[in-house]
Design a protein. Structure first.
Length: 347
C-alpha cells in the first residue's frame, strides 16, 4: 500500500509530507486491520534481543529526528519497532533553521536536512511520554540549544537528562549534527570526555535504587581514524555504554544527484543509501576497538534487510532506520525483523 501512496506523498514538500504521513499513521493505528494494510506486523517473539539490560522486542529502532517531539510513539511502536528514539530535544523550544530545510535526493534514495534541532522543548516531550501507552523502549536524544555557547553546553545536556530521566530507557548524546553551529566541536577529545563523565555521574545520582539509564554517544561519519581512536578512548574512560554510528554526513562524493542541484540545496547532513558503506566501515572500526559489552547501534543507509544484516555482521547490537523508511515504507521494518530471526539462528 505504501508503494502506491509514495508517489503522491513525494508530490508534497518533504516536511508537509512528513506531517501528512504521521496523520495517516495515527488514523491507521485507530482502525482495526489498517496497520496490516500498510505493511506493519508485530515482530516474532524470536526477534527479541537483550541489550544494555533492556529487552527489545526487535533489533530495529526508529532513529532520532523522525518523531522529535514524541508525538507519535504509540502509533510508531505498532510498525514493529523494538525501540523509538525521540529528539533531538533541547532544554528550550526552538524553531530550527529557516525553510526549506529538508530535501529529497530521489536518484540516490537519500535526504539532505538542515533542520537545526527544531523541537518544542524537553518538558513538552516529557509530558507526552508520561501519557504514552506502549511499552516500547524509548531513547532520549539530547542536544544543546542553538543560542547556548559550547562553554555552557553541559548545562543544556544536564537539563535534558534530568527532565527525561523518569520517562526514557536510555540516552543519546548528540554532538554530531552538522546543522547546529559549532556543535561538532564537542566531539573533540577533551570537551567530550568532560561532558560524558558529567552526564554519567549525574545519571548515577538520579538512578538511586531504580534501573540505570545507559548513555550512548552519537558520532559523525566524517571522523578520521585518529578521531575515532579518540572516541574509543573517551567511551572507555567515561564509562558510558557505547556508540551510535553514525549521524548524517557533510560529504557529497559518489552520489548521482547533479552538482547544480546540490548547489541549489546548499548545506545540510546527507542521509540514506549513499551513507551505507561509510557508516558500516565506521561501525566495524569501532567494534574492533570496543569489544562487547560496549554497545554499538548501526544506522545509515539501511533501506533493505541486507543492509541491516550488514550492520549486524559488522558488530552492531541493534540497528536504526530513518531515510530508508521514507523510501520503502513500514514493510521495511517487517522485512528486517523476519530476516533477523533467520540470521540469529546461525549465530
Amino acid at each position: 500500500m505504501y508503494k502506491l501512496l509514495r508517489p503522491l506523498l513525494f508530490l508534497l514538500p518533504p516536511e508537509r509530507a512528513h506531517r501528512f504521513t504521521f496523520g495517516l499513521l495515527q488514523l491507521a493505528a485507530r482502525v482495526p486491520g489498517m496497520m496490516a494494510l500498510v505493511g506493519a506486523r508485530r515482530p516474532s517473539p524470536r526477534a527479541a534481543v537483550e541489550v544494555m539490560g533492556l529487552r527489545f522486542l526487535s533489533p530495529v529502532g526508529l532513529a532520532a529526528g523522525m518523531d522529535k517531539d514524541a508525538k507519535h510513539v504509540d502509533a510508531i511502536a505498532r510498525l514493529g519497532f523494538g525501540f523509538v528514539e525521540v529528539g533531538t530535544l533541547t532544554p528550550r523550544p526552538q524553531p530550527g533553521n529557516d525553510r526549506p530545510r529538508l530535501f529529497r535526493l530521489k536518484r540516490d534514495h537519500a535526504l539532505i536536512n538542515r533542520m537545526g534541532f527544531n523541537n518544542r522543548g524537553v518538558e513538552a516531550a516529557v509530558d507526552r511520554l508520561r501519557r504514552r501507552r506502549s511499552p516500547v523502549i524509548i531513547g532520549g536524544n539530547i542536544g544543546r540549544n542553538k543560542t547556548t555557547p559550547n562553554a555552557r553546553a553541559t548545562e543544556d545536556y544536564l537539563s535534558c537528562l534530568e527532565a527525561l530521566y523518569p520517562v526514557v530507557d536510555y540516552f543519546v548524546v548528540n554532538v554530531s549534527s552538522p546543522n547546529t553551529p559549532g556543535l561538532r566541536e564537542l566531539q573533540e577529545k577533551g570537551p567530550l570526555l568532560e561532558l560524558l563523565r558529567t552526564l554519567r555521574d549525574r545519571g548515577e545520582a538520579l538512578k538511586g535504587a531504580g534501573p540505570a539509564r545507559p548513555i550512548l554517544l552519537k558520532i559523525a561519519p566524517d571522523l578520521t581514524d585518529a578521531q575515532l581512536d579518540d572516541v574509543c578512548g573517551v567511551v572507555r574512560k567515561s564509562g558510558i555504554a557505547g556508540v551510535i554510528a553514525t549521524n548524517t554526513t557533510i560529504d557529497r562524493n559518489g552520489i548521482a544527484t547533479t552538482r547544480t542541484e546540490l548547489d541549489r540545496i546548499g548545506a545540510g547532513g546527507l542521509s540514506g543509501a549513499p551513507l551505507r558503506q561509510r557508516s558500516t566501515a565506521v561501525l566495524r572500526y569501532l567494534r574492533q576497538r570496543l569489544p562487547k559489552p560496549f554497545v554499538l547501534i548501526g544506522v545509515g543507509g539501511i533501506d533493505n534487510a541486507e543492509a541491516a544484516l550488514e550492520k549486524l555482521d559488522a558488530g552492531a547490537d541493534l540497528v536504526q532506520v530513518y531515510t530508508g523508511l521514507i523510501y520503502e515504507g513500514p514493510a521495511l521494518v517487517r522485512h528486517i525483523n523476519e530476516r533477523y530471526v533467520e540470521w540469529k539462528k546461525h549465530k
